[in-house]
Design a protein around this ligand. Structure first.
Ligand SMILES: [Zn+2]
Length: 721
């Protein structure tokens, strides 16, 4: 069907469409015939012992092919300012962003955690909800260590070590928000890390691109870090990597093949990021990290292929971290979640299950990605004109379905947006997306095609400015304009907080003559996360002794904790923690016992604003908020350098505060106050600039607040003559 359209001239890949300068352009390298010509680093032989040199060489080879200078460099504070601002970030959001939490609530004292020793606080005891539905008696874990795939039991190792008396787990982000996921396991001066994500900013953080996990705690423990495991390729799990890896000594990393492709691709954008030592894993991998940890990987489903739960074998038992997951019996282009292995692990004994809570408040089971495909297929059958689909660039399973349907209905596909083309390229080259490259339409041919043969896939279904859909409705897109007869499909659920911008976007689409179909009108969106019944099933299979909900806002964690109680996990073995709160497992009377402690390691925001990392403090943010809400007023005072007397009238300049001409009286009163402040200074001789500046800032600020109920930023400027 597809062959009736001629492919591009000379058989060059439609990806190489020569539009590199525009923001929205395709950045793929020319890649003849698109037949996987550019080799990615081969899958590692996973049974081999960890060979860092080999990994490093492999990555160098990859970078050479990418055209990035090959050097191992560690990010330093000097070169941070050169971090490129990834313009596609907002378009990449794939999970709800919470916009309603004041920044102040988030800040915890940045005390060095190692010095804080507090008695146990069995906080879980305070958490009680009526138990319902616990029909089957709960079977706790029976044994500590099992040997899978020839991995030596590690308990002995532990008993030989002195001074290693506990296993500590710290979730650095993702317990009070959706995003910024990062978990630290620490045992016997050895550390492994799971995920390194970013969090999208909240509404009261003007000018901030995103937030990354705080790694202050790891600063003096770089030698302890044995490895970093990445569960899957979404930004809230990989976004912090280019910023953090250099800060923690660039330890080896372990992740699935697709995830590795996405991580490498992103890392190239950051000149100061070190060359990563990535080892690709799959569900047969077993990797020994230090003396305390052996990690294995269990396949789960999500909205992107190649997602793994991490199984951490330790001297204190088996710990499972699900990452983002759902259970899909009929996934698109992915294998189903490995329920069998969950049950095996459960039978052998799981000490702690840390499980994704994103959809814990949603009853029932998650819909399968294949079902969504069927629903979309029914739509495609009916639509006569062009189909324009807005989705997330990271929703690769959905993109696969679109290609399948294009083939079936004789349409060709135009990919729009840098993040979309970039992700599709990575996934295609390593075989996670399967389609005939002839299906792709080059931009120059797009408007020559019959309308009923076209599908345009782009980002921006959340109404993000600068994303494909917004630019189209604003008439800013080079090739695509909405026209009568188009159908625009919003193929993603509304992220809380984006409602208004999406409604606005839909209005404009309809005004321009197109029809709209969104996920509520038809079931064209399957979430990527396990719902309540899936979560209960997961708990039944793993049968953990302890349970810890992760990866969501606090109320969702609580909801998940309730589900855990329903399946019979004792309430004092369920830990609902905050970011940085230490969970501790140790031997008590010959038995491993877990506790949620009062100890907290620093998790203050580290913000990235395109200029640098971590150099935007709370003070800068407060200033930005103040100026955006109440404006600013500049007070210029000229003072005689010898006598300290004021010369002439102070000048006042207002921006965004009040209109000067309409508020002459207020301005005059302010001038009088300023004069008085200068005149009343305590010493007549020496002129203390700071004293006068502070006095003006405070007094004038107070005065303007009583007069206007606004708090503009007051900027005193003193000129001495
Ligand atoms: Zn995800």
């Amino acid at each position: 069907m597809i062959t009736k359209y001629k492919s591009n001239s000379a058989g060059a890949s439609p990806f190489s469409s020569g539009k590199k300068s525009s923001e929205d352009s395709v950045v793929f390298k020319p890649n003849q015939n698109f037949s996987g010509a550019r080799k990615m680093s081969p899958a590692n032989n996973l049974s081999d012992p960890l060979n860092i040199d080999a990994i490093l060489n492999e990555n160098k080879e990859f970078l050479r092919q990418e055209g990035k200078p090959v050097e191992t460099k560690t990010a330093s504070t000097e070169n941070r300012a050169t971090v490129n601002r990834p313009i596609i970030l907002r378009a990449q959001a794939n999970r709800p962003i919470q916009n309603n939490r004041p920044v102040e609530n988030k800040v915890v004292a940045a005390k060095p955690a190692t010095t804080v020793k507090t008695p146990y606080n069995n906080r879980a005891n305070n958490y009680r909800t009526p138990r319902t539905g616990a029909s089957t008696p709960y079977q706790p874990a029976t044994s500590n260590i099992t040997t899978l795939k020839g991995v030596a039991p590690v308990r002995q190792v532990f008993s030989q070590q002195s001074g290693s008396n506990s296993l500590r787990i710290m979730v650095m982000g993702g317990l009070e928000e959706v995003g910024r996921n990062m978990t630290i396991f620490e045992c016997n001066k050895e550390i492994i890390i799971i995920d390194m994500g970013l969090q999208f900013p909240e509404e009261d953080m003007p000018g901030i691109d995103y937030i990354i996990p705080n790694v202050t705690y790891l600063q003096d423990k770089k030698d302890w870090i044995k490895g970093v495991i990445i569960s899957h390729g979404h930004y809230d799990h990989i976004g912090g990597i280019p910023h953090i890896m250099g800060e923690i000594g660039n330890p080896p990393m372990f992740m699935g093949k697709l995830t590795a492709g996405l991580v490498r691709k992103r890392n190239i954008e950051y000149k100061s990021a070190p060359t990563l030592k990535i080892k690709e894993i799959d569900d047969s991998s077993s990797i020994k990290l230090g003396a305390s940890f052996t990690v294995e990987f269990l396949r789960v489903n999500h909205s992107i292929p190649d997602c793994f739960a991490t199984i951490v074998r330790t001297p204190f038992g088996v710990f499972v971290h699900t990452g983002d997951f759902k259970i899909d019996f009929t996934p698109v282009n992915d294998k189903p979640a490995d329920l069998n292995r969950m049950a095996q692990l459960g039978a052998a004994g799981v000490r702690l299950l840390m499980s994704d809570s994103t959809d814990a408040t949603h009853p029932g089971y998650q819909v399968s990605e294949s079902y969504i495909g069927e629903e979309m297929g029914k739509l495609f059958e009916k639509i006569e004109g062009r189909i324009i689909i807005g989705t997330f660039a990271s929703q690769l399973s959905r993109v696969q379905k679109i290609f399948d349907l294009a083939t079936k209905y004789g349409r060709r596909v135009s990919l729009q947006g840098r993040s979309m083309t970039s992700n599709v390229e990575v996934a295609y080259e390593i075989g996670y997306l399967k389609f005939d490259p002839k299906l792709l339409i080059d931009d120059k041919d797009l408007n020559k095609m019959p309308d009923n043969k076209v599908i345009i896939v782009g980002t921006g279904a959340q109404g993000e400015t600068n994303a494909f859909l917004s630019r189209v409705v604003n008439g800013e897109h080079r090739v695509v304009n909405i026209k009568h007869g188009d159908t625009v499909l919003f193929s993603s659920s509304v992220i809380p907080g984006n409602e208004r911008s999406i409604q606005n976007l839909m209005d404009r689409v309809v005004r321009q003559g197109a029809k709209i179909i969104h996920y509520k009108m038809l079931d064209i969106h399957a979430g990527g996360h396990a719902k309540a019944e899936d979560l209960k099933l997961t708990m039944r299979l793993f049968k953990p002794e302890y349970f810890m909900p992760i990866e969501a806002n606090h109320y969702m964690l609580r909801a998940h904790a309730e589900l855990a109680e329903q399946v019979g996990i004792p309430v004092d073995k369920i830990f609902v923690a905050d970011n940085g709160q230490v969970v501790d497992f140790r031997m008590v009377g010959g038995k491993v016992e877990g506790r949620l402690t009062n100890e907290k390691v620093p998790t203050d925001y580290v913000m990235v604003d395109g200029l640098g990392v971590g150099d935007v403090s709370e003070i800068v943010l407060r200033d930005r908020r103040m100026m955006s809400e109440d404006g600013m007023i500049v007070v210029i005072v000229t003072i005689d350098a010898h006598t300290g007397d004021i010369i002439g009238n102070p000048d006042l300049i207002s921006r965004g505060f009040v209109h000067m001409k309409e508020n002459r009286e207020l301005i005059e009163k302010t001038r009088v106050r300023v004069k008085k402040i200068v005149k009343d200074k305590p010493t007549a001789s020496a002129v203390d600039d700071d004293y006068i500046k502070n006095k003006i800032r405070n007094d004038v600020g107070q005065f303007l607040f009583t007069q206007t109920k606004r708090r503009p930023m007051v900027l005193p400027v003193i000129i001495k003559v």
